[in-house]
Design a protein around this ligand. Sequence first.
Ligand SMILES: [Zn+2]
Ligand SMILES: [Zn+2]
Ligand SMILES: [Zn+2]
Ligand SMILES: [Zn+2]
Ligand SMILES: [Zn+2]
Ligand SMILES: [Zn+2]
Ligand SMILES: [Zn+2]
Ligand SMILES: [Zn+2]
Length: 1855
Amino acid sequence: MMAALLLRRDKKSTAAHLKSDLNRTDNSSGVRQLQELLDSVLNPEKPPADTEALDWCKCLIAGEEGFEEFCKTVRSYDNATLCGLVWTANFVAYRCRTCGISPCMSLCAECFNNGDHTGHDFNMFRSQAGGACDCGDSNVMRETGFCRRHRLRTGENVPSVPRDLLLMSEMVLPRFIICIIQYLRDGYTEPDTSAERDLQKVLQQLEPQITFLEELTKMGGAMRTVLTKILTNQQTFKDLSMGQEENVFAKKNYENYLSALKNSGLVSVEEKAQTGAAEPTRGSETGALGLLGAAAPSSSESNKEEDQDGQSIGQRKRVKLSSSTKDPSIMDSLKHKCFLEELLFWTIKYEFPQKMVTFLLNMLPDQDYKITFTKTFVQHYAFIMKTLMKSQESDTMSNRIVHISVQLFSNEDLARHVTEECQLLDIMVTVLLYMMESCLIKSELQDEENSRHVVVNCSEALLKNNTYWPLVSDFINILSHQSVAKKFLEDHSLLMLWMSFVSFFQGMNLNKRELSEHVEFESQTYYAAFAAELEACAQPMWGLLTHCKVKETQEYTKTVVRYCLETLQIWFDAIGFVDELAPNQVTFHLPLHRYYAMFLSKAVKCQGLDLESLLPDQEMLMRIMVHPLQIQASLSEIHSNMWVRNGLQIKGQAMTYVQSHFCNSMIDPDIFLLQVCASRLDPDYFISSVFERFKVVDLLTMASVHQNTALDGEQERPMLEGALTFLVILSSLRIHLGMADDEILRAEMVSQLCMNDRTHSSLLDLIPENPNPKSGIVPGSCSFEEMLSAVADFKAPVFELGGSMQQGMYTPKAEVWEKEFDPIMVILRTVYRRDVQSAMDRYSAFLKQSGMHTTGNPWPPYKERTPLHPCYKGLDRLLHCKTLHIVIFTLLYKIWLDHSNMSEHVLCMVLYLIELGLDNQVEEDKGDEEPCIEEHCHDSWFPGTNLLSNLHHVINYVRVRVPETAPEVKREREPPASTSAEASNFGQNSRRLTGNWRENVREAQVFSLVAERRRKFQEIINRSSTEASQAVRPKSSSTRWVPPGTPPQLVTEILEIHESMLSLLIKLHQKLSAKQNSLSATWLEDMDANPNRHAHGDGITAIERILTKAATRSHQSKRSIQEICGKVFPPVAPKKNSPTAKKTMDKEERRQRARERQQKLLAEFASRQKSFMETAMDVESPDTEAAMDLGASEVKESEVLYDCVICGQSGPSTEDRPTGLVVLLQASSVLGHRCKSDEAKKLPTTDEERIYPVDTCGAAHDVRLALMQSFFKDSSCLQSVSIGWDGGVYVQTCGHTLHIDCHKSYMESLRNDQVMQGFSVDKGEFTCPLCRQFANSVLPCRPGRSTEVVSWHMPSNKKTSVLVKEVEDLQEQLGFFPTESNLSKEMELVIKDIKNTTQRKYMDYGKNPGSPDNDFLFMYSVARTNLELELVHRGGNLCSGGASGAAKRSCLNQLFHVLAMHMRLYSIDSAYNPWTRLTQVAPSRDNCLDDERPEVPMLFRDCPSLLIIFVLTMPQPLRKEHFICLVRMLYNLQYTQALAALSAKFSLEERQAWSTSGTLKKNAFNAEKSYEALLSHVITELSKVKTVYDVNTDEPSMLSSSVWSPQSIEYSLQQFCLPYLRLSCLLQHHLYGDNLSGCPEEEEFSGLAGCLGLLDPAPQPSNPMYSASCLDWTVSAFDLMSQWCSEVTGLADTQAEKSMTLLVQDLQWASPHLLHLPDNYNTIFQYYHKKACTACKKVPKDPALCLVCGTFVCLKGLCCKQHGICECVWHSQHCGAATGIFLLINASVIIIIRGHRFCLWGSVYLDAHGEEDRDLRRGKPLFLCVERYRVLEQQWVSHTFDHINKRWGPHYNGL
Ligand SMILES: [Zn+2]
Ligand SMILES: [Zn+2]
Ligand SMILES: [Zn+2]
Ligand SMILES: [Zn+2]
Ligand SMILES: [Zn+2]
Ligand SMILES: [Zn+2]
Ligand SMILES: [Zn+2]
Ligand SMILES: [Zn+2]
């Protein structure tokens, strides 16, 4: 009842009252009152949506001050030294590798920008799983990287918190939290119990409460301390969690909680103890975690247990290994002792709601909390993973889990702490095992029936969806801490457990070769398998290896190696492997092998361990080599198309296996392991195994014919090449056999660069991570960057004209090509076969260019190898074994004889092996070698094993087994009919052989590698007594070599050879050089003189190099070579032997040649295309054909002929069949965006900066027109200005012409061809049939024309006054309407097109929309727009000149014609014809007495516009004399306007002074051409009404500060008239084809005036005042001027006030610019990526920025969509008349919008390596590429976006 009383009172005063009660010494009554109040307020039975309870809590906590105020106060006591800012997905954060201790370190933008990271290796990134700022945490990052704020250890300066501030919080919050917990308990239902389970709904209702908790955490350290105390207090939890006895709800609620615990498969400890389960309790103070420590069984025991389990469950498809877990209690015990634990429990149950996660993470800066929370998290770890596995939304949940765990486990202290106290490692490994056990299946490897091995099933969701990654990433994270890794490596039972985990992946995703039919569906499980091995096995392995780098950690390595071998042994037993591999199977997954290999490598390389001590016996080694070797053979099979029936995915596997992210963890360890085996096993055995695995043993016979049952004919050659290449790799690769880390990095880099030029980022991606991490500095080794600059040159990004943008590239240095190019390394690292060819092509190009080898194709260069580490010396024995020498001998022999299936590649590899052998001699230890010789059946081939001595050993006879049908046999049976010399030779030899073969039998040997291998294998097995029984089993494979039922029986034949390897080499030299005796007897001596000439070259060079090496190393070889060379060989070139064999031999070469030819053709085609494009694009091209040369006066023909690019015919354009120009019409606002200042406007990057659009050309013209329209007659206004500054229509052409009817059928065909994309035919769009330029209309050409040219140019001697009259008469002529014809129809059509090009609002400026006045204005403005744009393109003036030829590419002449035709429809009312007012002094017409507004005074009219109006409305063609007359008369007006404007700039005194001085000259000679007299007159006239100049007095006197001199006056007048002169001149140029003569900029005025005939071409040096001398008056200048001035002064007062504004206009505009961008992209990004849109007030998801005007828009946002058009497109229509250039803030990329299409243009920001970073994926600093930006601007100004070579697509208004 007390509570009820309190409830009724005001919350604030209640709070104050309670607080004071509680502060008393006896606070019992206060406590009671509060409890009662809370009992009724915080009632969990009330719906949580009722926020009354929340309001009460806020008030109680805050006390008498408001909650806001309270927050502020608490915050002032914040003592946190960490930032701890928590963010969720998509937040932009930073990572600095230089400052980070943990690789997971991250910083918020504020902390990053306030810290000093200059020169550091940092990047920006978009958070995927969410994270928190580590600033201030010295466990995670170095203190040097802390920001200013968190470096300051603020904690020390903060006063301690007053006791009573947080008193209420301490009392209220526990109740508040238990209330939340009760809601959570109440709302939870198990997934399977209820159909309408809606956890989201529960969470939604709780949102305000949880948000409140989050708010509390943001109040800083003081509040967090209070919260921590509450959350971790066990007593409070005990008191509150069960609720009061009598409360039924609380009881039920608690039971709900217990059942949730139970239903999760988790039992509370108490209950478990009651049911009698034995609990090994240790360290009960840690609660449930104490249960984990059960002593692990000794390793051998656990082995056996596991084996038996595997056996018993091996039968089932999906198996469960429940007892393999180390301690079952890890998986199912939980007990909660405080709020935090239960809160986390519910957080997990509710699958990590974001708000809860953020709350829990926000608390982390509190150290006590962090420790407790980490422990709690670990305690729940197993439960978390169980929940994850069951979750429907495992992706979201994974992210949230990692969001938390990264914060906890990145901290080494904390990780070590929980490892020691809570057995984190045991938990993790156990949970991993538990997880994988859920998806095990029986392995089908080897013995499908009896296998006892189990593997993970890669098609299970757990693997396919990567559900295990949070767990694995946590595991890798904690293993990165040395102290934790040590714990792991010291714990043998953990290691055993781990190895059994790894063995789950051993042999997974088994491939079986399909032999008959193609697989029905291609399984895509392989990627899951590769990902699983890499993430779950390899990554932890690399983590562990980083801690096994020094001698001190030898023991760890030894242990791991021991357990690896044990587990491998178990595995071999489980799969039932003895010595023979089941056929046609391969698995790429051998993680156990790879663990063993990598620890072995580290042991030898870094820890100085003796290899011998870590190796198993020979038999085990033989077994270990089998599976990795099978992978190598299978790779070759896959590339030889033997696995095609398994689908494309098998190639995917082969490629993934060698790919840069996998090679370190897969192929490299495999090759290394094989190298270890090869170095220890018998080399003969090893070599024979290789050839057997590659199935090419049959091929290694010296007979001309052989059978091969294992391979199809076309597979033999590639398989043989594969086997030899593998042997070369095996014996030459040194990655783990002696190369230092720097050397490896260098070799990797060189091989990647040799394949292709690479960008920095792709190179970074292609270089394997191990042993050198790609970034970060490893002490004592070269950094990536240093190494890169040592081997590569940087090629800066070049911009190609076509619009394709290149990136900065790295290319190998010349000396790298010369000395370091290693084809073997390239082969090892190529994913795509074409990359090998690419490397070779680039190598040959280099040799050609440097002149080192110019003829033919060079062979891969031989490269000397890093010396072998002594431990692996045995590897060289591979090169010095008889078996290999026999193979080499056989192959040399077969190549020489052109046997089938031999290739250049085979020879190349054979030579490589010989050379490797010569360079890597083994010390002969005779004692070991000699006794064996007698045992081997092929001993008689070679006397010893040394290659050097075997080289010159002559083999006389060889016994071969051949089919009866073989040529050898046939010849023997029937004496040959002497067909050819060789044949008879051979026959004789054979016959001689058969006679005495018995004598030679001991020399001839059957060469069967398989028999040999098997015999030796058995021998070794026999030696080991244990396996004796197995070894004697019958040989299953012996039948393989004599297939039953094959018709031709094998017979034994003996061949006479009489060759040594040396002699064969010399013969091959002759064969390759196609010369007999190519090596003279003395060539060896010549060789010594120049030992270096052999480094690069072809096969001949290689043979010479080998012979030289043999000769220098052995006298016997030298003698032998000299002897052979000395012999004169019979003139038999063996290659003539069989033309078919020759074919196969040269196949490769011919293919190469064909490719070269094709490439040459393509290159030629491309260059032709390019040169065409260049001439087509080049505006100033001087020598294009004369077809378009309309203006050239030299053309005497009567008619101009046009080529139609469609039908190819040439002819004139006629009324009936008109020809047209291919044109592109587009609306443009480029002119309107010009400003006064030549400097581009700066893009704002702070709130203070802003862009004002009012000073642009477009805005200024709008204002002027509006001003006029408010005073003057509308129709008159519309003739006094031009429009089209914004949204004007620009017409451009590629210069190609076509018949208009041809064009129509062309469009029809395009319409039917739906494949054509990128433009829309319905809108009239097409590409020029010839040059493929984008176009959308055809501009008809006027017929005839050239006949008039002459008359047009006739010099005119008429007086000006006559001409003026003639012009007047012409204007009076009625409009001549052409008769209706095809031409006139087309002309009207193109006018329609022009109107449709721009928007309505850019055409209707008049007061009556749709009136002819509007149309009139629009039409002549089209001409104006095109002339003005041409001026802009010419750089703003005409100083650069240009021949008449330049007019060709322009269509202005044709455009004028079409416009003029259209304009004839209008006639100017003669009463208002400005010509009269321009040329006559008429009595002032006072007929404007009616209410009509006055006409625009002449002084306000725009002269260029008038000129265009006159030209277009007069009868065509207009004679040049009349044109000049127009120009002259208008110049008078323009000059008067200039005087008026100038006079306005004067101060009052100056005006008076100039007025007076001028009056004196009025009567002088030539006064009408004296600026002083005229100026004075204008001043006088305008001064007649005060108001005109009065307006000016308000203006700041700044203008008058300059003193006007005659020079400055002349300059000012010229500047004012220049725009008019330029336009007139340009017009004259287009109409009459006059040349534009170039001139220096300061002489532009006189130049143009001369060109127009206003001024005598020879300038008068006596009078530099040109501007006045250009005047030409037909009536009294003073009278005319008076008349013009009176028009102004006669205006009503209000109008006159604005007169000055209209008089003083600045006609000069700077060239258009895009906004000036900051150099560093970050400046833009930081300001704009979180800026709110001004329209929708939200931060857009995809913000974009208009680079023309700086407007910020929501790209694609529905928020700002209007009329179905998204904001970006909308803006492009209004800002650029449908052209938009936008910078996408989050991608750093620019998109162009053009009409209904758009394209990605690329980026103008590049990183330090000249690369774009689209979508900011790498997050490296980006800088403005000025060249690119200039190109962008230039494309905008020149309207060439449509022509750049980009992928255009429709945007459907959705951008
Ligand atoms: Zn921060
Ligand atoms: Zn900071
Ligand atoms: Zn840094
Ligand atoms: Zn045609
Ligand atoms: Zn064209
Ligand atoms: Zn804009
Ligand atoms: Zn917007
Ligand atoms: Zn918006």
